[in-house]
Design a protein around this ligand. Sequence first.
Ligand SMILES: Nc1ncnc2c1ncn2[C@@H]1O[C@@H]2COP(=O)(O)O[C@H]2[C@H]1O
Length: 267
Amino acid sequence: MSADNSNNTVTIIQITDSHLFQAADGRLLGMNTQDSLKEVIKKIQHIDNVDLILATGDISQDGSARSYKEFARLVNGMGIASYWLPGNHDEFRVMAQLFAGKTNLYKKITIGNWQIIMLNSSIPGKVFGKLSQAELNFLNTSLKNAERPNVLVCLHHHPVPVDSAWIDQIGLHNAEEFFEALAQYDSVRAIACGHIHQEYDQIHNGIRVLASPSTCVQFSPGSETFQADVSAPGYRVFQLRADGEIGTFVERVTHIEFEIDYSVKGY
Ligand SMILES: Nc1ncnc2c1ncn2[C@@H]1O[C@@H]2COP(=O)(O)O[C@H]2[C@H]1O
């Protein structure tokens, strides 16, 4: 995808870890994930001049065709271009079949003065992530041939430890290779990931690593073991400036009580 407005700031919304179910009333740790995504979307619709939406994986909890169709219906309903990559809960084959010929699964987006690269870090049957040789090759080629001077790389799994023992075991297992690839170019301004169900913003190896809250349940930052958090569903706003600078912040749904079962110790 390409749009020629290279002097403009590009506004992007990252949504992640929606965990939709086949059933409209599907719940994750007690929270109805379709309802929480709808509330997040209502809030995003009040933001002016959004150029595109990036969904960074775990769109579905159960990989069902119905969950993807509902996600597409809700997200496309905003009338904003959106691009999606898979997470560990997703069934990429189902996504690819359903959205063949559509732009949603494009892996390279050129907009303003930015190149966005969408990676698939999921491995069937595993909760942790790993970039296959094919994905690493794609990353290298895309960085080499980047059509703009500033690059944002997106993937589901966090490529850095986030100070939470249980979450750090299920991150990107070949993060070293990933950072080695990025280090060969001076164009990479940031990495955006999901999976950790909490906001995150740190510099690693000179590159800014950012994560967004989930559109449903959150995990407690810094917890050694699995722990659902009290914070509300949300999303991250990115303002990608033409000079490579990034403005970014997280927003959350307010004034709505979501049901969460804190006694559940996993899913
Ligand atoms: N109690 C637990 N301990 C470790 N991992 C868990 C636990 N409960 C769930 N998980 C997995 O950890 C994952 C974290 O994010 P996901 O939403 O990908 O899906 C979650 C589950 O697959």
